[in-house]
Design a protein around this ligand. Sequence first.
Ligand code: ADP
Ligand code: MG
Length: 720
Amino acid sequence: MAWPSSKERAGVPAGRTLSGLPPRTTLPDLRARPVTGVPGVGPRIETALKDLGVTSLADLVSHYPARHEDLSNVKNVSDLRVGERATVVARVVGAKRIGNPAGGRSRGLSIQLYDGTGYMPATVWGRGWLLNQLVPDVWVVVSGEVQRRYGLQLAVKSIEVVDDPGSLEESAHAGRFVPVYPANKGITARRIRALVHRALAEAGRILDPLPARMLAAHGLPNLHDAVHEVHFPTDRESLESAMRRLVFHELLILQTGLAARKARLEKTESGRAHEGDGTLLNPFLKGLPFGLTGAQERVIGEALEDMRSEKPMRRLLQGDVGSGKTVVAIAALLTAVEAGGQGAIMAPTEVLAEQHFISISNALAHLPVNVVSLTGSQGVYERKAALAAVRSGEAHVVVGTHALIQKGVEFRDLSLVVVDEQHRFGVGQRTVFKEKGATPDTLVMTATPIPRTLSLTLYGDLEVSLLDELPPGRKPVETSLVEIPEREGAYEAMRRELEAGRQAYVICPLVEESEALEDVRAAEELHEELEAKVFPERRVGLLHGRMKPAEKREVMAAFRAREIEVLVATVVVEVGVDVPNASAIVIEGAERFGLSQLHQLRGRVCRGLHPPKCFLIGDPKTEDSRKRLDALCEHQSGFKLSEVDLAIRGEGTLFGSRQSGMPDLKVAKLLRDVEVLVEARREAFALVAKDPTLRKPEHRPLRREVRDLLGADVEWLFKE
Ligand code: ADP
Ligand code: MG
């Protein structure tokens, strides 16, 4: 590839001319240089690149191939057989639009391919925009199913326009593989590769922010070589070690940020060393109607040990639905109170806060512990009294929603915060308590199990405790998928449960947390229909998010007291509502819920004495939603389900969410790269232990990358 001419260079903004370039650079340097500085990037290409998330030189240089097609698996057209799934590399002979034979609106492309061994027609649906890229002689890598239709044809599942034919033929001959670039309507993969080539030349030598010692220890190539290899691989081995290097790089930077954050917090914050004397905890444990599970004992031990230390506790407790997290929370709360502090437990919804208030008050009724509830919906008088009790310290344990962290709530001596169902809270909220004086200990509980690799990343600055054992006698929830026309069958099964004196939930199809009016109306209609037509002989109640808190409370109390036998509810019951006599749950519109939501909902009925049943009523329209529902029917473990979920959704979604507060990972795939993650994490924490603010000269480049990756809000980490 030629270097840009001086004329081309003349178009480059001042200060970024080739002659002014340092011979060596770093990725952060490249991030400051717009992609328009690359010769050949005009306004049109700039826009197309922007759509791909590429705006700087660094973005372009790290616009890595999505994958490398392994040409050793590629078949010759002349060898294809009907029914097989195959990949071919071929040249486009011609392409045109076609209508849908089924008469639908979606249109497709018919492409004629030639690979030197034979001609093959192929059809592609739903990617019409490819047409203007599929010009004659362009090379494509195509996978799909070989079908017979007036002779053989390929029903295309994936198609990529690939690199220039020359090098492709060469690599094909060498039995190698082709880089496949993420491309779009506005730009071909081939063009991208050419631009990357130029960008690498523009960039010059890329300096490595990682200490040489670390690379040597892990047998990794330097950054410059790795970046070049990934785009233009010499052979499979060096491609693989280059990929490993880039994954390591990304994870190391992330983990270094997390380690630095943790070190910083530990240095600047001091908490209370809780000296519990057991005067509350012991009678509480003794009074439980059951013995603790081994896991509960272990986890309580872990939490209490953290609390004894002066370092503020930051612990994540993961436990599947029904694993008994509340007992752990209460043990910690009592320890705080024994040590003279106050404990708070924060729930994501009013219903759940209410539930916690009731169960915690009951559990502590025989102890001299004052439990107070604080929610956003309390009446003025009630709230005033609660606030006063919290301020005076008369309230030992405070249960509430995020009303707990609002202005005007003053604790006398808050020393422990338990956050239930963390996934509902943003990371921002996790830290709010900090601003109120001394740092309280924090115990974050989640019932949405996160695979270990993810928790290391998402919550990399938290210690993790695992409740990996369910209390004895838990029944697996027999789960079945019911197509809409068969709904009557689910009602029939439900009727049998009711006749046996049990209770049931019917969950309305709803996805939004903020329940819109239409959703509420739908819930009311469903309630009416069940009450009037399906179960006229039963008492049917209704619970939805738009009801007044007092009404909700009343309905929950009636359900608990078995005055209501069938509870029609929106997702407000999703988390934590605990009525052991309920043994069946029917979930309408199941395909509209997420997998973990469904698992949570199903968890409402796993706690009773009777074999519980769950009916997912729905009409899964996509392959993914069917997979989700099938997974629920097949698996009981939330951990297993969360892995399935991750595999279906892709990891990107987890990190893309603002909730996680985490940057996007570009190359690392957490499920695939567990081992690298563990190594990178170990290195990062070791490095930060030695040099917490990364001020040593050999760590400064790394510090810059961490800053770059995590953004401005990490500035404080590195203050001396
Ligand atoms: P989750 O982890 O989903 O919040 P909970 O703490 O609400 O679970 O506990 C679920 C149910 O299991 C409650 O009814 C609780 O009383 C009961 N439970 C908790 N621990 C045990 C145990 N060790 N043995 C038997 N039942 C238990
Ligand atoms: Mg719970």
